[in-house]
Structures are given as C-alpha cells and as structure tokens.
Design a protein around this ligand. Structure first.
Ligand code: HEM
Length: 468
C-alpha cells in the first residue's frame, strides 16, 4: 500500500460493481445504503468505484486510505463533497459545511469554547439537566428514549454554549427536526435525491421547518444582544469575534454558526445515547457491569465531571456503541486535483466516501464485529487498532470540535440514568436503523424503565432482528 495520497501518476483503477447505464449505483445505494456499502467493501475490496448522481465516487475501505484523505488538506480536506450539500439549507455556511480559509477562521473563533477547562465546567449543567429529566420519569413506564435523549442533548447544548433554556420550545424544535429528517431521509425517491443534491430551491415543508428553527436561533441571538452581557460562552465569542480583515460576523453568519452547533451538538449525542440504552437493554450482563461500576465509583451520589476518568466501563459502553451505531456513518471529501491513493489514480472532482459503518464492522479489525462487547476496549486493543479502523469523530483538521464535550456528556448521562433505573426493551418493540443525516432509530427506542431494585426478568428467548 502507498502510505498517503500523492501526485505521482499511477495506473491502478479501482474495481466497480455493475451499475445501471443511466443511474449508476444510485438505486441500490438509496434502497439500502448501509447494506450496499458493506457488500461493496466485501466484494470489491479496499477501494471501490461507484457512480452516484452523476458523480464518480470512490468508497475507501482501508484505514490507511482513510488517513491519507483526512490528513491531506492540499488534495482533499477543504472540500466536504456532495453528502453534506443537502444539509446546507439548514446549516448555511457554518463550521460543518464551510470550506477553506473561511472555515479556518470560524474554527479559530469557536475553538476556545471547547477547551478542556470549559468542558469540565459544562459537566454541572449536563448533570443538572439529566437529573431534571429523570425527575419526570415514572417507575415502570415505557418511554421512547430516543425522543428523551434528543430533547435532553438539545437543552444541554443550548444552555452550555449559548446560555439559553430551550425547554419550552422543545416540542416545536423536535417537530421541525422531524420534518427535516423526513425530507432528507434515505428512503426518498430518485427525484427527491436529485432535487436535494442540486442547488434548486427547497420545498415548502423544508422551508417552514427551517423557518421554525430560525425563530429559536434568532431569538437566542437577539436576547443576548439585548442583555449585552458577556456570558463567556460560545455565543459571546461569536458576537465579539473579528475576522482577519477586522469585520464582525454578519447576522447570517452568526445564525449559521449557532444553528450548526445546535444541530451537530445534539443529534449525534442523542442518537448514541439512545442506541447505548438499547444495547444495554439487550445485554443485561453489560447493564449489570455498568451498574456495578456506577455503584462503586459514585456510591449513590450524582456524578461530577471529575468522576468521568474513573467511569471506565461506562466510557467503554459509549465507545462500543459508537462502533456499532456510529451517528456519522459516512464522511465525504472531494479531490480538488488529480492525485493518487495507495497507487490508485484519483481524478479531480472524485468524491471520496469513508464509511464508519463499514469500517467499524470489519472483521479484519474487530473480533465478532457484530457483537456488543464493551470489554473489548482494553488499552492494549486500542493501542493495537490501526488508526482510522475506528473513527466515529472523523479526524485531523476537520475532526469533531465537540468530541470531548460529547464524551463527557454521554458518560455522565448514562451514569445518571443507570444509577436510578434499569431498563428493558418494550415487548412489542422492533427497532430499525435509519441512515439519515445521522444514524438514527427509525421507529423510536421503546424501553420499560424500572427504578433500581424492581427489575423485570429479561426474556432471553426473544430474538431481535435489526432491519437495515
Ligand atoms: C456522539 C457525538 C458526536 C459524534 C459521533 C460526532 C461526529 C462528528 C464527525 C465525524 C465530524 C467530522 C465530519 C467530517 O469530517 O466531515 C464532526 C464534526 C463536527 N462536530 Fe461532531 N460529533 C459528535 C458530537 C458533537 C458535539 C457535542 C458538537 C458540539 C457541541 C459537535 C460539533 C461538531 C462540529 C461543529 C463539527 C464540524 C467541525 C469542523 O468541520 O470544523 N459534534 N462531528
């Protein structure tokens, strides 16, 4: 293998599954993206050529190829590729979707809000909001914990980074995000995907949902302007920021950044927490291990940010959940010029696709890859794992700015829930995966919650089949 991408001419050409003359591989991809990408990797190897929406797409299935792309800002990094294009009507030109020098400037402005000391300070808010959520739960009830986790992570991101309480708006926010999910989701028709990938105006439902979310975001910004106070949070940093030419962010830029952080800062964590609760419900022995650790470390009290390093099994549960259900299930980049990866020729404008879903379930890197085994994450295993065989947060310059935030938040919330409740899958519940913006549960995660000590006996005969 060539270690990285280079400009040296190369002759290798990736193999490709047979595609439709006109549509390429779009039909199979739209029908079942996760299954299709997995089959491509299995049948065609470490680099696979596809044609989607008229674009040449190379699917990269080797950690070194992925590293080559994510670490190379000359040939690839500042072009996010077509996968994110549809989200631009919601996120505008914020941190996630912007490119080049503009992105670099925005990242510099936002970075201080994610420094270690700040993240530790956010811990208290995370705990307070999680405890408040738990106070509204009843012993023995069945809940959709995906909805609960999304609401909680929304409230936390708004409070920690914008000092805003969005509790009263949470139903409207959830409805607007639901509409956007429906509009963007992977089961849309061919016409819909062409429209979403094009710069044509978006439809009325999407516009209205974005308008609804805009109202919340502009209200948060306006309130801060009126208060005039410097809360020292991300919003204050954005309001005070000067770009290199001395200009302030425009109202639209502010909106795009706040919307991006609000969106990126709750959806992935909410989905991961819901998947973690689901996996724990399916694996009572892992749930018992988790409870034992929480009892030992916390001894009945609420967790604090400083407990997180000792909640090692809890962190492994999160890590293993991110392996099996990575919210960012594929990343995209675009080659800006002709180059090579591992000896393969990559013409300019090729879309590079790297799928966490595919890599995280690759038996070359993970024993029994489809099994949930938090204990696999020993220090030794982590040290031996090739970099980018596991990359839930992406990597290098465009890696997730909220990683430390998310890691602390997910450990604290899991610890708080598992300290008070044991949970089982609701008997009539059949989960399914929806690879949308993020990898989310399609039809809720319905769990029955029992206050610790009132545990239901798990039904080991039930076979749960995840449909993808
Ligand atoms: C389970 C939790 C999370 C996961 C798995 C996750 C995953 C990712 C990934 C894979 C990327 C890179 C995308 C790419 O390379 O194209 C990313 C970027 C980003 N994430 Fe996260 N994320 C999580 C939580 C968060 C949180 C809590 C925040 C904010 C509070 C956040 C804010 C962002 C932003 C702003 C970017 C764009 C960074 C840039 O391009 O400079 N994320 N995230």
């Amino acid at each position: 293998l060539n270690k990285g991408a280079s400009l040296v001419s190369a002759t290798l050409i990736p193999s490709s599954p047979k595609g439709n003359f006109l549509l390429g591989h779009l039909t199979e991809y739209r029908k079942n993206p996760l299954g299709f990408l997995t089959a491509c990797a299995r049948d065609y190897g470490d680099i696979v050529a596809l044609r989607l929406l008229g674009s040449r797409v190379y699917l990269l299935n080797h950690p070194r190829y992925i590293e080559a792309v994510l670490s190379d800002d000359t040939n690839f990094i500042s072009h996010k590729g077509m996968r994110l294009r549809p989200t631009q009507c919601l996120l505008g030109n914020g941190l996630l979707t912007s490119d080049g020098n503009f992105w670099r400037g925005q990242r510099r402005i936002a970075q201080p809000a994610f420094h270690h000391a700040r993240i530790v300070a956010y811990g208290a808010v995370m705990v307070e909001y999680a405890e408040r959520m738990l106070a509204s739960w009843q012993d023995g009830e069945t809940r959709d914990v995906f909805r609960d986790m999304l609401r909680l992570t929304q409230e936390i991101v708004a409070k920690t980074l914008f000092d805003a309480d969005v509790t009263d708006d949470s139903e409207d926010i959830a409805a607007a995000f639901d509409t956007l999910q429906e509009e963007f989701n992977a089961e849309r028709s061919l016409f819909q995907s062409l429209r979403l990938a094009s710069p044509l105006p978006v439809n009325r439902r999407t516009r209205e949902a974005v308008k609804q979310l805009d109202e919340t975001i502009y209200r948060i910004i306006q309130r801060r302007r009126t208060d005039g106070c410097d809360a020292g949070d991300l919003l204050s940093m954005l309001l005070a920021a000067r770009r290199e030419d001395g200009s302030q962010l425009t109202e639209r830029q502010l909106r795009d950044e706040v919307m991006t952080i609000f969106f990126a800062g709750h959806e992935a964590t909410g989905a991961t927490l819901a998947w973690a609760l689901y996996l724990l419900a399916r694996h009572p022995e892992a749930q018992s291990n988790l409870c034992a650790e929480i009892q030992e470390v916390l001894n009945g009290r609420a967790p604090r940010a400083t407990d997180v390093p000792r909640l090692r099994y809890t962190a492994r549960v999160v890590k293993e959940t991110l392996r099996l259900y990575p919210p960012a299930w594929a990343l995209g980049r675009e080659a800006v010029r002709d180059c090579t990866i591992g000896g393969y020729r990559v013409p300019a404008r090729t879309q590079l696709m790297m799928s966490q879903w595919v890599m995280h379930r690759d038996a070359r890197y993970f024993d029994s890859p489809d099994e949930f085994r938090p204990e696999r994450w020993t220090d030794q295993m982590s040290a031996q794992l090739p970099k980018y065989a596991y990359f839930p947060y992406g990597g290098r310059a465009r890696g997730c700015i909220g990683r430390a935030f998310a890691e602390m938040e997910m450990v604290l919330i899991l610890a708080i829930i598992a300290r008070e409740y044991e949970f089982n899958l609701a008997p009539d519940f059949e989960p399914a995966i929806l690879p949308s913006f993020a990898l989310i549960p399609k039809n809720k995660i319905k769990l029955t919650l029992m206050k610790t000590g009132n545990r239901l006996v798990p039904d080991n005969d039930l076979q749960f089949q995840i449909a993808i």
